[in-house]
Write a protein that binds this ligand. Sequence first.
Ligand code: ZNH
Length: 147
Amino acid sequence: MVEWTDFERTTISSIFASLDYNDVGPKALCRCLIVYPWTQRYFASFGNLYNPEAIKTNPNVVAHGVKVLHGLDRAVKNMDNIKATYAELSVKHSEQLHVDPDNFRLLADCLSITVAAKMGSAFTPAVQAAWQKFLAVVVAALSKQYH
Ligand code: ZNH
């Protein structure tokens, strides 16, 4: 089981408490689709993703970015049980969506950059360490049901 310090718990819950989901979620997903264009293959049904401008304004991308961020809420609320919390979502990404689990880390990195840009100097090394640890546990949990 993953151990969390009080600082890590407080940091993660306070970042999420002040997060603008409708801004950060779409920005992080857009970044992922632009920086790592092969991730676009999973979103063929989303329509026009031909260039960065089309990606940014695509309503399906925006909605999905918000949805993914809300998916992280569940990890924040269950920090002592992230693996079990994501068991079903992991199966879904593996068996139904066929998302290569390497992509989880790519999206996590884009999310970190988006959050860092928003927080500015408040994103201290200690805050980053807590944040990266949280995302690493999330990524491991989402990758757990792959065989
Ligand atoms: Zn994912 C879906 C979360 C990553 C792809 N996702 C989804 C959902 C959720 C999520 C919650 C919904 C489900 C249901 O409905 O049941 N994701 C998530 C998270 C993460 C992710 C949390 C991390 C962090 N994904 C991801 C990636 C990718 C994806 C990286 C690729 C690249 N997802 C996806 C898809 C889908 C999903 C494709 C489906 C969509 C639709 O169809 O709408």
